[in-house]
Design a protein around this ligand. Structure first.
Ligand SMILES: [Zn+2]
Length: 426
């Protein structure tokens, strides 16, 4: 910016000299003063941090990655720095997508591809991420502006387009297959696609693209009444695709832009959207860095603070042709998968010798073992002194629900899921 302003000053000077009539000098001098003022403002703008070549685990205040690299020291992640090799595409930079993008940027993801056709509006300010001064900018450009300031190490690509148009879909597919960031990568050019869109049609388009490319993706959604949401992992051929469950999902064919014009407006809360974005990125980190359990489906009902989970197998009668092809491939690859799983199990069994995480434990830090304890042991460690009782049931108590009650909960969940999916369709 400073360079451009300097050029402008030079051009004004040249213009002044070329004018035969001195009566215009005052106007030019006024313009020069304005540009000089802008130059001073630009100089006082906050300094951006420089790029970091290698992620370091060094514990100093100036290291932007020390807290993330500590995940390795704590034994949660084997190799955190691998995050720099990954590309994640986020479709829909709204209340969920923008927050997910910020989280991944702060985590030091290698590359982010951002897709949205919309502009930032004042009506978006009840959510996180965008700021009032960004009103009028495209959501993708505004996101790139903020994210590049937060972490200049992340490679950001902004796609201001509508993936549901023919041309938009073509560009979308082309960008997903571009391998220039990591040429050695197998499959498509990205490691994961996150769908953070707010309508059925766009979800079906992401589903189509990912089925065609055999691309693993995660879907997310927040209900129109703003109080529940979900995330879902979709692996073509292995799990249900978005078109696999027609009874629950019915195309409404309603364009959300017409809805907006008529003044019908879905509710939204920064809390629910923040929770869903958090669940989505948590699942993304676990999937990419291979730690913990990657949820196939996780719902969130904020009114009951209830988190339903489930798994969905692909539908052999799915209407999506690419889904059926992926299903066939998945079945054909079963023997190879079984052999690999067996080999891994044998390798794990042979390397049973465990050694302490740190030989020198200067601060005497110990990590709580969170493996499932033996039921009997858990009881004895939970024992309270005489006269005291637990106010809340322990997590184990939920396992002991009577059968009838448990099945009632399951029906409830299904009803809830049906309502959520219906809400998605507007
Ligand atoms: Zn399907």
């Amino acid at each position: 910016m400073e360079v451009e302003l300097k050029e402008m000053l030079d051009e004004l000077e040249t213009l002044k000299r070329s004018l035969p009539d001195p009566s215009h000098y005052t106007t030019i001098d006024k313009l020069r003063l304005h540009v000089e003022h802008l130059t001073n403002l630009a100089k006082s703008a906050p300094v951006r941090r420089s790029k970091v070549k290698d992620m370091s685990a060094e514990v100093v205040d100036s290291n932007p990655y020390s807290r993330l690299m500590a995940l390795q020291r704590m034994g949660i992640v084997e190799n955190y720095e691998r995050i720099r090799e990954f590309s994640v595409a986020i479709v829909g930079i709204g209340g969920v997508g923008s927050v997910a993008a910020e989280m991944l940027t702060r985590c030091g993801i290698g590359r982010l591809l951002l897709y949205d056709y919309d502009k930032v509006e004042l009506a978006n300010m009840n959510r996180l991420f965008f700021r009032p001064e960004q009103v009028g900018m495209t959501k993708t450009d505004a996101a790139v502006q903020t994210l590049s300031e937060i972490n200049p190490d992340v490679v950001l690509e902004s796609y201001t387009l509508n993936i549901t148009t023919v041309q938009g879909f073509e560009t979308f597919m082309k960008s997903l297959t571009n391998k220039s960031f990591c040429p050695s990568k197998e499959g498509s050019g990205v490691d994961l696609v996150l769908s953070c869109v707010d309508n059925y049609e766009a979800r079906m388009v992401v589903n189509q693209a990912c089925n065609e490319l055999n691309q693993t993706w995660m879907e997310s959604g927040v209900s129109e009444d703003a109080v529940s949401g979900h995330i879902q992992l979709l692996i073509p051929g292995e799990t249900a695709c978005f078109a696999c469950a027609p009874p629950l999902v019915v195309a409404s064919g309603v364009d959300e832009r017409t809805l907006k014009r008529e003044g019908v407006c879905a509710a939204s809360l920064p809390t629910t959207m923040g929770v869903v974005a958090g669940l989505l990125v948590q699942n993304t980190l676990k999937f990419l860095l291979k730690f913990g359990y990657v949820s196939p489906y996780l719902g969130y009902n904020s009114l009951k603070d209830f988190f339903p989970t489930m798994e969905m197998k692909p539908n052999p009668q799915c209407s999506n042709v690419a889904c059926l092809e992926r299903q066939k491939e998945y079945i054909l690859a079963k023997p190879a998968r079984d052999a690999a799983a067996k080999a891994k199990m044998e390798a794990d069994a042979s390397s049973t010798t465990e050694c302490p995480l740190h030989d020198d434990n200067e601060w005497n830090i110990s990590v709580v073992d969170d493996s499932v304890p033996d039921r009997k042991d858990a009881r004895s460690s939970d024992a309270l002194p005489e006269g005291l009782i637990h106010e809340l049931p322990s997590a184990d108590e939920f396992q002991k629900l009577p059968a009838s009650e448990a099945s009632a909960t399951a029906t409830d969940d299904l009803e809830d899921l049906r309502r959520q999916l219906e809400a998605l369709n507007g």
